[in-house]
Structures are given as C-alpha cells and as structure tokens.
Design a protein around this ligand. Structure first.
Ligand code: ADP
Length: 216
C-alpha cells in the first residue's frame, strides 16, 4: 500500500531511507536545513524542502501532520532530534521512527513517544553478524525479539522434496511463506505440492532457535 512519509535530516541514513521508500513506490517529503543535502535528493523524492524542522510552523505548513510515517534522521544535534520527534508525535503523526546515537538517547526518544528507535550502526552490525554466522542465511527481517523472516538457501536435504513431505512446520516449527526460484520467479504461499529445488531460496518465518535446528 502506498504511504506518505516525511524524512527529516538527509545525511547518509535519512537520504538512503528516502530513496529506498521512493523505489518502493511511496510518497516522500524530504526535509533538511542544509541546501546541499536538499539539492542532492531533489530529483529522487516527491518533494525536497530546505527548512529548519525545529520550526513548528514550517512542519504545519507542509502538512506533515497528515502523513503516515515520520522519520527523524538527524544525528549529531540531539536537541533537534528529540524536539522534532516530540513535535511529530504531538502533531499526531501515527508512526514516528527516530535515529538514536546511544542507548540513553534511545530511552529519551522512547519516553517522548517515538514508535520505533533505530541504532543504524549497531543494527547493521547485528544484521551482518547474523548473516555471516550461518552461511545459508542470506537476509532476515526481525519481526519481534524472537521471530524473524529469514531467507535461506534451501538445505540440500530438502531438495527434490515437496513441502508436504518435508512437513517443516511440525518437524522444525518453521513456516515457508515463499520460495524464490530465481530473480524473476517467486512462489508466494507455496502449497504442500510445491517442490523444493536446488538453489531455491526459502523465505521462512520462525524463531531463531528453530533456525539453528535446520540442516545446512
Ligand atoms: P548521518 O550520520 O546519517 O549522515 P548526520 O547527522 O550527518 O546523519 O545528518 C543529519 C542531517 O540532518 C544533516 O544533513 C543536517 O543538515 C540535518 N539537520 C540537522 N538539524 C536539522 C534541523 N533542525 N532541521 C532539518 N535538518 C537538520
């Protein structure tokens, strides 16, 4: 579903978030007080505006309160980061994501109502370590503390068997939500008759313990 986002602070983090959201088909209003940062993104987003986002009037004039998600990517200026997160929540933006510099900063953001707090470098580090620790895990999205969506290369023991025969839910407590056959072909919600083939990528939902029990 197409959503409307505002991204405030277009450093490395904010600008990659803004560009990716556009590629995914969403509407993105991008804001930075720095002219160069705005210029750099002008052709890549729905609207790029140069403004100091601490000014509440500016945010109101841009209609920020009617947008679905606010992302605060300001890094070094803690005061601006906290103030803007607070203003977005007070204006009624339903979902506000804020970038934190430290655990303490994250706690403050949580107290003032941020819906999601990201620690880009730590998050990336954890992601990378998880990816590297199992050679057949290609990517994952954390759903909760325990559950994630993983993309794994089909274990050799699974090859040429149907999902019905493998019975992964009962045996490993793993749900297969899609099978990627190649770059263009993906079977969504595969049924019991779907056959796992060599080099397939299985998109599974399970907890981390279940993942570690899967054969390589
Ligand atoms: P990163 O580490 O992701 O590159 P930075 O902290 O370097 O993040 O980038 C933050 C961006 O936020 C900068 O482009 C800066 O101009 C912008 N910024 C900082 N304060 C404000 C503000 N009050 N209003 C709008 N943009 C801001």
């Amino acid at each position: 579903m197409r959503k409307q986002f505002v991204v405030i602070g277009l450093g490395r983090f904010g600008s990659s978030v803004a560009r990716t959201l556009m590629k995914l088909g969403h509407e993105v209003l991008a804001l930075d007080k720095n002219e160069q940062a705005v210029q750099g993104l002008m052709h890549d987003v729905t609207q790029a505006v140069q403004a100091d986002a601490r000014e509440e009037e500016t945010l109101r004039a841009l209609g920020v309160r009617n947008l679905d998600v606010g992302i605060v990517g300001i890094g070094d200026d803690l005061e601006a980061n906290i103030l803007i997160t607070l203003m977005l929540k007070e204006m009624g933006v339903p979902y506000v994501v804020a970038k934190a510099q430290s655990i303490q900063h994250g706690k403050v953001l949580e107290k003032i109502g941020a819906d999601k707090i990201v620690y880009p470098e730590q998050d990336m580090g954890i992601r990378l370590a998880n990816n590297l620790s199992r050679t057949n895990v290609m990517d994952f999205i954390e759903l909760s503390l325990d559950y994630s969506i993983f993309e794994i290369i089909a274990p050799s023991q699974f090859v040429n068997k149907t999902l019905g025969k493998l019975n992964l839910r009962a045996v490993y407590n793993v749900n297969v939500v899609a099978i990627k056959k190649n770059a263009d072909q993906i079977v969504i919600a595969p049924g019991a008759n779907s056959v796992v083939e060599e080099k397939d990528i299985l998109v599974i939902v399970c907890n981390k313990k279940a993942l570690s029990r899967l054969p390589d």
